[in-house]
Ligand binder design. Sequence first.
Ligand SMILES: Cc1cc2nc3c(=O)[nH]c(=O)nc-3n(C[C@H](O)[C@H](O)[C@H](O)COP(=O)(O)OP(=O)(O)OC[C@H]3O[C@@H](n4cnc5c(N)ncnc54)[C@H](O)[C@@H]3O)c2cc1C
Length: 387
Amino acid sequence: MMLGLLLARAGVSVIVLEKHQDFLRDFRGDTIHPSTLEVIHELGWLDRLLALPHQQVPRIRAQFGDLALTFADFSTLSTRCRFVAFMPQWDFLNFLAEEGKRYPTFHLRMRAEAVDLIEEAGSVIGLRATTPDGPLEVRAALVVGADGRHSVVRTKAGLSVEEFGAPMDVLWFRLSRQASDPTDPIGRFDAGRIFIMLYRGDYWQCGFVIPKGSLDQIQARGLPAFRESVAQLSRFAADRVDELHDWEAIKLLTVQVDRLRQWFRQGLLCIGDAAHAMSPVGGVGINLAIQDAVATANLLADSLRRGILTVNDLHRVQQRRDWPTRMAQRMQLFMQDRVIRRVLSESGPLSPPLPFRLLARFPFLRRIPARMIGIGFRPEHVRTPAI
Ligand SMILES: Cc1cc2nc3c(=O)[nH]c(=O)nc-3n(C[C@H](O)[C@H](O)[C@H](O)COP(=O)(O)OP(=O)(O)OC[C@H]3O[C@@H](n4cnc5c(N)ncnc54)[C@H](O)[C@@H]3O)c2cc1C
């Protein structure tokens, strides 16, 4: 959506296909990071975006066993917005879709699911999609796979994937919110358990992190036992765990971390999770996907408008975004292996790992995670013109 908007704004004709009929999905996280907000400011849309209901989070706190600490302090960043905006992603996407209506070359097709590529002499020249009105064929100078971590586009393109693995999956469910509840996001690490709660207005979006592949065992222990664990971790919301009537209310989100060796082929490019599936650790995947979109527009808009796009241009996108992606994934894999794996396998009292103890002891160190999460490794700026 972001790439489509930037290209349309620069005078390129774009069609964005979205397989669902709306953006009301839960699975993507709700964070809009300082560097994404900077991009929105550069586009002149910041006031309109921040007029939508959201929560400004200047600090991320975590509870590690008995140790409560501030993990990242965004107020130290030198950006226009020194906070992460928590906004349901469907509001953000609807906002972008509205902005898109201002550009005559921006076309958004909902309920259009990409199912195959159209190829000619080894080049991708378009794609096939299914829609409620029947099959759709789109011919294009460039097909961009921005279809997330289960990308059909990258599979059909036969691009080779490097898998890094993840020790966990996430059970995703809601608990109602009461007026006396806090509004800060909550991250709790206890022996064998990690629990997050994200404020979403009238309810809490909860993530219960479980060892990968352990859902069957958890279900075998029964729903009352699961509710009991949630009650212990959610504390102030313990009186609401009966809202989890059945397992249907609890969705399994599978976590994967991977990266394409090559993000492109003649006529095709993958970005965002389709090029590099991100773990939820640090909540950096949305920002990274948007930074990919900004860089892609910066590097390709002119060639696309003039009809002179080559495979070298696509290579330049990967060259630009490969390093920040590797760094963000390295950070996620470090946290997965050194912290999450350990916490999930622990059964006795939990002692916080060294990075957490250092962050608790030396407040100035909180700038480091703030920078890695809030801005990322190679922040991009909008260089495309508004035509
Ligand atoms: C449990 C969990 C929690 C997370 N929490 C956070 C967080 O708080 N903050 C954060 O920054 N990151 C978070 N992430 C990572 C984040 O979700 C991704 O990195 C980010 O969403 C990637 O953006 P994307 O646009 O590439 O893909 P997506 O957000 O997955 O978007 C892909 C879009 O393509 C559509 N689509 C898919 N297939 C097709 C098709 N065949 N045809 C047409 N449309 C299609 C989908 O419906 C979707 O709208 C989390 C990940 C997980 C697993």
